[in-house]
Design a protein around this ligand. Sequence first.
Ligand code: DGL
Length: 273
Amino acid sequence: MKSSQVSIGIYDSGVGGLTVWYALKKLIKQDLVYFGDTAHIPYGEKTKEQIIFYSQTIIDFLKKQQVGLIVAACNTSSALALPSLQCSVSLPIFGVIIPAVQKGIEATHNKKVGLIATVGTIDSGSYQKHFSSMAPDVKLIPQKCPKLVTLIESGKLDGAEVNGVLHEYLEPLLEKGIDTLILGCTHYPFLLRPIREIIGPKITIIDPAWQTARNVREWLIAHNYTDSMLPTSDEFWTSGDPQEFQKKAERFIGRLIDTVNYLPFGEETMIYE
Ligand code: DGL
């Protein structure tokens, strides 16, 4: 008989994956271990080899923390690293792209779906590949947004600079008549309000975090895990400055965090042998 508790490892390049952490927290009662790789942010500008190395290192670390499943709460890692890591890692790993595509297909009526994401995610062609196989009649209109992650990580969630950059990225999509917009980077839901103001009330916005959390919940139920009856724990780790991460994370999730643990790693320094 399986125990009802399984702790869940979640990772991203920074605070973006907290949007997925938040959805998991709302839908699932299990221990959560979060890793924000702020030493290597932005992932969107890195090579595929670098993303695979960072993701593999973090996954190895989360496995040592005894997690039973992992959520890659990062589109760039889901696009560039998961296809190979899902075959080599012994734990179930959930990405955020398939849930986003599922919701995008459900939401669109005019079959024109906009995608905003990092350069790495869009260049990988991962979203296009999934749309082509799941709904070939849907036209995906991608827009690279290289400036957004840095703005969000620097704490800028509104104001003239954010609005200017959002106009630059969103207007080409509006001109093409999209009726659905996928937030294809887990950082972007922190800009939901200014995005909504620019695109108006009629376009459906997809935040993949919620469908990802629902998929994890279904998997847990199918594997006979039940919600923990005991109080659950939340652990946070970062490869960057823990105080800075804590300040940002507390502001973004709207609650206090006990401690953020520091775990540095670099190209030459593996966390574990
Ligand atoms: N939140 C990540 C994503 O979903 C981060 C991107 C980055 O670090 O550039 O792709």
